[in-house]
Design a protein around this ligand. Structure first.
Ligand code: DGL
Length: 228
């Protein structure tokens, strides 16, 4: 059984990606709506909150836990894997997102994420670990998470914020990593704003949740795991 954790309801988008590849594996979820957003918290708070939800998922018999939340992935994953649960399987979404950049050969990248994710330069470090010639700009978008969570939001306000983020980036970037589980939800708005404000080609959008699902089969095979 795969257990998913996100700080908000967007485990749903990540889980749907996994379901499309693994329709027969049972999946369970936990989310922390009460403490969301994680993106404005420090590492120790993100770790202790994430650990509590991971504990619950293992207590519910998850054989693998996926941290669908980017912020939890970059602040808590390695700590959980190495110090808390060295004998269990926990995966995050950041590394598959960063690896996709290398696989596709993109050289100019934009990352849109939460403050906590950008603060520790997680995507930048991982991409540069794999290829330090890649140009990478990271921006945090504090207005977007609460706006998307409010469900009934003004499209105009969303577009105003997106326009200012998009305007701050180099027009010749090739790929954009959506480094927050909320952002795939507004992917079409991002493309729309880009196309209405730029003459340059639309960057390829990388969704780390989707990339994680694609890589999961390789991971299962490598670890000889049977999930049921
Ligand atoms: N789930 C978080 C992420 O993917 C975004 C929301 C939050 O700040 O908690 O980074």
């Amino acid at each position: 059984m795969i257990g998913f954790f996100d700080s908000w309801k967007w485990w749903l988008l990540v889980m749907q990606e996994f379901q499309s590849y693994f329709p027969n594996i049972p999946m369970i979820i936990e989310m922390d709506i009460e403490n969301c957003p994680y993106g404005n918290k420090d590492t120790s708070e993100i770790r202790s909150l994430t650990k509590a939800w991971v504990d619950r998922l293992f207590a519910r018999w998850a054989s693998v836990v996926i941290l669908a939340c980017n912020t939890a992935s970059v602040h808590a994953l390695r700590w959980l894997q190495q110090e808390i649960y060295p004998d269990k399987h926990i995966l995050g979404v950041m590394i598959p997102g960063a690896e996709k950049i290398i696989e596709m050969g993109y050289k100019r990248i934009w990352v849109l994420a939460t403050e906590a994710t950008v603060r520790i330069r997680a995507y930048k470090e991982r991409v540069h670990f794999l290829d330090d010639s890649i140009y990478i700009e990271e921006v945090w978008a504090p207005e977007l998470v609460p706006l998307i969570e409010s469900w009934i939001y003004s499209q105009e306000l969303l577009h105003t914020h997106l326009s200012s983020y998009i305007a701050s980036f180099s027009p010749d970037i090739e790929a954009l990593i959506l480094g927050c589980t909320h952002f795939p939800y507004i992917k079409s708005d991002i493309i729309h704003i880009w196309n209405s404000t730029h003459n340059t080609p639309t960057p390829v959008i990388i969704d780390p949740g989707k990339e994680s699902a694609k890589k999961f089969q390789q991971w299962i095979t490598r670890h000889s795991i049977v999930l049921k």
